[in-house]
Design a protein around this ligand. Structure first.
Ligand SMILES: *[C@@H]1O[C@H](CO)[C@@H](O)[C@H](O)[C@H]1NC(C)=O
Ligand SMILES: *[C@@H]1O[C@H](CO)[C@@H](O)[C@H](O)[C@H]1NC(C)=O
Length: 348
């Protein structure tokens, strides 16, 4: 913003004279502003963040966040009593609302090598969705499959680092889009002689008006269908039979798919969260996915620095780490939580 000339200033030189004593402060403000703005832009772009390995330690003082006894008003409480309790309890000592209520215990674990057959049975009548795919009619609607589909931060060092450290048998990805990071994880795993099942949960609809920005990457819609699922599958199929045997699309909302996996006892050793970037979407995804993360497994996610929804992803990750007593490690554009403590849940 330009400083406004004071009332009565009659010429540019008068303005300059009046501003001169403040020039140093104005200049340093502009520099700070410009640097801050660039950092914000860079960190939300597709390039790696300027803060590669800064470590945020979040201490677990979260008992009060979930302690119901301090805040439930008695059934006979007067309005004045409730109001008094509310004013003495500042956020986040708010009522024990459902914000913190998620299922934590899931079904008897399915063995890792039975995960793909189980899901084919439950979701696809026992047949691989890639069987006979694509029909000529479908192929005619799609872009040629790309070895490196459009993605964001899909080949960051974090994938190879975590896959090598965790050596997962099952990976769950929330938010798959065109399969860029799933195919990268498949390639990294293959290089490490690992062959994890890679379960890609996505409704494959993108988001409202996303096509405006990616016309070259996504097929034109057909009868209202975004065709992201067949384009994802074409990209996976083009990566080879090995990829098609292990990279499985779960074409549902993250909440419904995760609660089904939980019920069926399908657990993952590594989970990437990269679906909705608003606080409530990220918060639900992180909590629901945590239930199907094996003890000792690692959850990480994309866009730790995105400004969407007033840094909604970061707020969700920070709150979750506080509640669970975990540490957060920013890694390029990603966030990585400390491994899920053992001795919780009934997996393994
Ligand atoms: C509510 O009821 C409980 C037990 O019946 C009593 O101890 C308490 O004082 C009551 N509170 C109010 C605000 O009337
Ligand atoms: C896998 O290994 C090959 C051969 O060394 C290499 O060219 C390729 O970049 C590696 N892929 C990944 C994703 O690390």
């Amino acid at each position: 913003m330009k400083p406004r000339p004071p009332a009565g200033a009659s010429s540019a030189s008068a303005v300059t004279a009046r501003l001169r004593p403040h020039l140093a402060r104005i200049t340093s403000f502009l520099i700070v502003f410009a640097v801050g703005y660039s950092v914000g832009l860079l960190s939300s772009s597709t390039r790696p963040s300027l803060r590669p390995s800064q470590t945020t330690i979040v201490r677990p003082h979260a008992a009060h966040l979930t302690d119901a006894s301090t805040t439930v008003p008695a059934p006979n409480a007067t309005a004045a009593g409730v109001a008094a309790a509310a004013t003495t309890a500042s956020y986040p000592r708010s009522p024990p609302h459902d914000l913190f209520r998620f299922r934590e215990e899931c079904g008897e674990p399915v063995p890792s090598d039975a995960v793909v057959p189980t899901l084919l049975e439950k979701l696809f009548d026992g047949e691989s969705p890639y069987a006979g795919f694509p029909t000529p009619q479908t192929a005619a609607l799609l872009h040629p499959a790309k070895a490196r589909p459009r993605g964001w931060g899909s080949t960051g060092a974090v994938f190879a680092e975590l896959i090598e450290a965790v050596r997962p048998e099952v990976i769950v990805e929330l938010g798959a889009f065109l399969g860029a990071s799933a195919l990268h994880m498949a390639a990294v795993s293959r290089n490490l002689s690992l062959s994890p099942a890679i379960l890609c949960i996505d409704d494959f609809r993108g988001w409202p008006a996303f096509r405006e920005r990616f016309r070259r990457d996504v097929p034109p819609p057909r009868h209202g269908d975004a065709l992201l699922l067949p384009q994802f599958m074409a990209n996976v199929a083009a990566a080879g039979a090995d990829a098609a045997a292990r990279v499985l699309p779960l074409p549902f909302s993250t909440a419904s798919a995760l609660s089904a996996l939980c019920g069926w006892g399908v657990y993952a050793d590594l989970i990437e969260v990269d679906a909705g970037h608003d606080f409530h979407s990220a918060w639900a995804d992180i909590n629901l996915a945590w239930a199907v993360l094996r003890p000792g497994g690692v959850m990480f996610g994309h866009d730790y620095f995105t400004s969407a929804d007033d840094r909604g992803v970061r707020r969700a990750v920070t709150l979750f780490a506080k509640v669970k007593g975990l540490t957060i490690r920013p890694h390029g554009q990603h966030w990585v939580l400390s491994p899920k403590p053992r001795g919780h849940g009934n997996a393994r």
